[in-house]
Design a binder for this molecule. Structure first.
Ligand code: AN7
Length: 366
């Protein structure tokens, strides 16, 4: 019988701070496709794979960290979870809170959440608060809130989030047989790049700054090496590139519209320890990369995710991609979450025709 994927905690329980007897809240996250993007081979000279995280239950990589964070909350007395979000964390927290029987409060920057993500938080019954400010303001508020009230914080400053998210690196190694040469990621709050670096490092037999303990190392290493970590930020929201927080972050990629990332130190460590880099790309490059992945590979991703593809293409143009290098790009969220941005500037005037074959053939210019 075909293996039924058990969700990331059960699949990787020997490398996570969970025991078999612990309560586990899962929606079947993880086990996402690693797609060989031959069109990107041609464009970059590498061997390029995309890790399609939009295939997770709520359509983004956040579910990997939410299964661990929410399962951990069930070991405490908290009945309410809370998060700040640019959209995907709130969608995921809202869904996993439902699965766990918990209440969920989400603090969002007003007017800056893609419609699909907002719909998710609403249909899953989260208590929404819109703040006249940006994500960084929301995170500050939710940190203060969870310090003073019996509410569990499920942003990635909760170490259980990164524990779950590191499983994506395990899956990449399991699929390829070893670590790739280079791993490219979009960077917003900088949790995911820190989590991947932890995952790759632990699979190769060592811990990182973000590791909670060395329990994952009591097992034989699976990988013989670790990749270079390449991080990509949006031009107007690139604190890690500039080396200082950005007061008013701005980008079409609202998912990564973040000026003061919480995992700043972990991300710098991932960059430096792996001999990688963090660069930035313009909104135009992001939207072009989104269109390329949709039209040439067949994967529809959201703008925030396209930053990784844009960064890879930019690096190739600058001659930074070694010929034949094995490269994995994480594409973090599903394109269906934000169709308005994907369709902006496209011709949507499709005039109805007579309901006949002949009219159809003419319209198709066959
Ligand atoms: C699609 O949902 O921060 O660098 O509040 O939704 O780990 O923050 C989302 C971030 C990349 C950046 N791609 O990851 C939130 C939030 C997508 C995202 C990122 C996000 P991190």
């Amino acid at each position: 019988m075909a293996h039924q994927w058990q969700g990331v905690i059960r699949e990787y329980i020997d490398r996570l701070p969970f025991a078999e007897s612990d309560p586990i809240v899962t929606l079947g996250e993880g086990g996402t496709p690693l797609v060989h993007a031959t069109a990107l081979d041609a464009r970059t000279g590498g061997e390029v794979y995309v890790k399609v995280e939009g295939m997770n239950p709520t359509g983004s990589f956040k579910d990997r960290g939410m299964t661990t964070a929410i399962s951990h909350v069930l070991r405490s007395d908290a009945k309410i979870v809370a998060c700040a979000s640019t959209g995907n964390t709130s969608a995921s927290a809202a869904a996993y809170a439902v699965a766990a029987g918990l209440k969920c409060a989400v603090i969002l920057p007003a007017g800056k959440i893609a419609a699909g993500k907002l719909a998710q938080a609403i249909v899953h019954g989260a208590n929404l608060v819109a703040v006249d400010g940006n994500f960084d303001d929301c995170l500050r508020i939710v940190r203060e809130l969870t310090e003073r009230f019996p509410v569990a914080l499920v942003n990635s400053v909760n170490p259980y989030r990164l524990q779950g998210q590191k499983t994506a690196a395990f899956e990449v190694v399991d699929a390829l047989g070893d670590a790739p040469d280079i791993h490219v990621l979009p960077v917003g709050n900088a949790g995911n790049i820190s989590a991947y670096w932890m995952g790759y490092s632990e699979y190769a037999g060592h811990t990182t700054l973000a590791s909670v303990d060395d329990s994952a190392l009591h097992i034989e290493p699976v990988a013989t090496k670790v990749p270079q970590m390449w991080g990509v930020q949006a031009w107007g929201a690139a604190p890690l590139v500039l080396g200082h927080p950005v007061e008013k972050p701005e980008t079409v990629a609202t998912a990564i519209r973040i000026g003061n990332p919480a995992s700043w130190k972990y991300a710098e460590d991932a960059r430096d320890q792996s001999h990688g880099w963090i660069d930035r790309v313009t909104d135009e490059q992001i939207l072009e990369a989104q269109a390329i992945l949709a039209a040439e590979v067949g994967v529809f991703i959201e703008p925030g995710s396209a930053a990784s593809i844009a960064g890879l293409i930019k690096a190739a143009e600058e001659g930074k991609v070694p010929a034949g290098a094995k490269i994995v790009c994480t594409v973090t969220g599903n394109g269906l979450k934000d169709t308005a941005t994907a369709l902006a500037g496209r011709n949507l005037e499709i005039n109805p025709i007579e309901p006949t074959l002949q009219a159809t053939v003419e319209a198709l210019a066959l």
